[in-house]
Design a protein around this ligand. Structure first.
Ligand code: GAL
Length: 385
């Protein structure tokens, strides 16, 4: 009997060891995704960077429970050569002391990193809400590093394009009376869809102080110009703004897009000379239907397409109407593979933030746009079909 127990336990141990040593060779959206230490990857609201043969995955490091919805640690970074297996590279940007804009306990979301070949700096932008101010600050923060793993040095946080009108400004938005009226309301509208916003001049009332910015992404075009895409005007309208040559500030060259469509979680990519966007509606941590759009110019005009999702996630029975339970965060062009793009979504768990899951799904291009089918397990050979 004793011998049998020893034999069984030895077999189980070797099974476990084998399971641990076995590298992953597929994506399993929504499942626990262990890193090289066997720990579920902690990089939520993330973005990817391909640099010198490796992928880097940056995202919000979350702690357990509801406390994890605030930034207690910073931005986590992982690296990978194959996109399935990720090595923990530690905290790329650490939260700081109480006198910093990125004080421990602030809200620091959706970090994205791009590389600037002119300055040889890795530049990180993220959505920042100052500590103790709920979601009222509506700012972005910027940090830089000399290596992709960091450490990143925080530079500053700000609202954007103060003193500049967007390229597609309307005459009524420059009207001093409506600006005065809106400022008198103290801009207290909240960040969720309501009809009230349309009556006010939210753009004009932020002309002097700079435009609000919450959910965001970055995009570097083929000519090396970088753009910052963010939910502005109390989340009602998406702004797309050109960044300066060093990627550290806004040039004043920007457009308003999808006015009063309440687009959040924007992710932009380019395919065959066209720009595409995936975004969500505005319902906080709760999933809603994904949006998509196409443009010939990154600054617009954009044409909205349909909800790109198809199929159902069997683990929560959620389909296109709820983006399989996810919300977009990034689209990755797979290096060296033509027409291969991965759409990345977060499946948030605000009650236990650290247990948020990742839904990575392939993009299939169609005659009139693209689709994102639910697939419970897949690998990069999907794109060879
Ligand atoms: C979502 C947003 C997340 C987070 C959340 C807070 O709409 O995409 O990044 O800000 O709201 O409720």
């Amino acid at each position: 009997m004793k011998k049998a127990i020893v034999a069984i336990s030895l077999a189980l141990t070797s099974l476990c060891l084998n399971a641990q040593a076995q590298p992953a060779s597929s994506f399993k959206p929504g499942e626990i995704w262990p890193d090289n230490n066997g720990v579920h990857i902690n990089a939520h609201g993330g973005g990817l960077l391909y640099h010198d043969g490796s992928y880097y995955w940056y995202g919000e490091h979350k702690i357990a429970g509801v406390a994890g919805n605030k930034a207690e640690v910073g931005v986590h970074v992982y690296s990978s050569n194959d996109l399935y297996n990720w090595t923990d590279r530690g905290i790329a940007l650490k939260v700081e002391g109480d006198d910093s804009d990125i004080a421990k306990g602030c809200i620091l979301e959706r970090p994205k990193v791009i590389y600037n070949p002119k300055t040889k700096k890795f530049v990180m932008w993220f959505h920042l809400e100052l500590k103790g101010k709920k979601y009222d600050s509506a700012r972005s923060g910027v940090a830089t590093a000399d290596t992709p793993e960091g450490p990143f040095t925080f530079i500053r946080s700000q609202r954007h394009n103060a003193g500049h009108w967007p390229q597609n400004v309307q005459p009524e938005q420059k009207d001093p009376e409506s600006i005065k009226l809106t400022l008198a309301e103290n801009n207290k509208f909240g960040g969720g869809p309501s009809k009230k916003h349309a009556k006010f001049n939210i753009l004009g009332s932020h002309f002097e102080g700079g435009q609000m910015a919450r959910d965001m992404n970055l995009f570097v075009d083929d000519d090396g110009t970088a753009y910052h895409i963010y939910s502005s005007e109390h989340n009602s309208t998406l702004h797309i703004s050109q960044l300066s040559e060093d990627f550290l500030s806004h040039t004043g060259h920007y457009t308003r897009n999808f006015p009063f469509r309440w687009m959040e979680a924007p992710a932009v990519f380019k395919h065959d000379g066209k720009y595409y966007l995936i975004a969500s509606g505005c319902t906080g941590w709760k999933p809603n239907a994904a949006r998509s759009a196409v443009a010939d110019n990154i600054l617009g005009p954009w044409t909205e397409l349909k909800n790109p999702c198809t199929g159902t996630n069997p683990s929560n029975k959620l389909g296109a109407a709820k983006t399989f339970g996810g919300q977009s965060t990034y689209v990755l062009p797979v290096h060296g593979k033509k027409d291969a793009y991965i759409a990345m979504f977060d499946q948030w768990n605000p009650k236990d933030a650290i247990d948020g899951r990742y839904l990575w799904l392939p993009i299939n291009f169609t005659a009139d746009g693209f689709e994102i089918p639910w697939i419970s397990e897949w690998d990069l050979s999907h794109f060879d079909k």
